[in-house]
Design a protein around this ligand. Sequence first.
Ligand SMILES: [Zn+2]
Length: 200
Amino acid sequence: MARTKTKIPVTLHKTYNNLGHSKMLLTGQYPSGGWRKHTPFSKLMEQEHTHWESWTERTPAPCEIVLDYDRLYCCYCHKIIEEPTCPRCSRIHDYLEYRKGIRDFAMMQIRKLKKNGYSYRAWFTGSKGYHVHLLFPRLALYPFFERGRKKQEFIKRFHGELNKYSERVMITREGAVHRKTGARKQLVDEVPGTNSIHRL
Ligand SMILES: [Zn+2]
């Protein structure tokens, strides 16, 4: 499903600003290769002619937990690998098998979320991995460090990439075209709604 220029801010605004989030920063690359200055989402909303397609990355929201899956366990030595060649046992995984392994691992975690009654949106990132976004509106009310700790615990429980607990990392924006592959970040599964803080 193609996302129009007007749909992007509406989707982001409905999802995040309505949950009291005003701190999301966006950035993106200039055609020349340089990066745009990290700019608050609210500021881009105010501007009349924001070219939304060019703002392809965003920070995670305080009310949000991002589960990032773009790795898998080596089927020979069980080390986590981030490329087809295993750094521990040096075995080379067939590229399609490697991609399938990442997908299977993400889908396994997504099924676990669904079985446990969580609401989420699962996205193919446009690169090789998957992002699962979960909203916990009350999480935004927690102090910064406690919030980070709660996010880390949840991410560990579902085996996502730990650095995504940070609200300073950049992730591909929903509906954005991935700068390396040209593929769009698109929704693959969804259980609509938000989650109770008691589920953390
Ligand atoms: Zn290995």
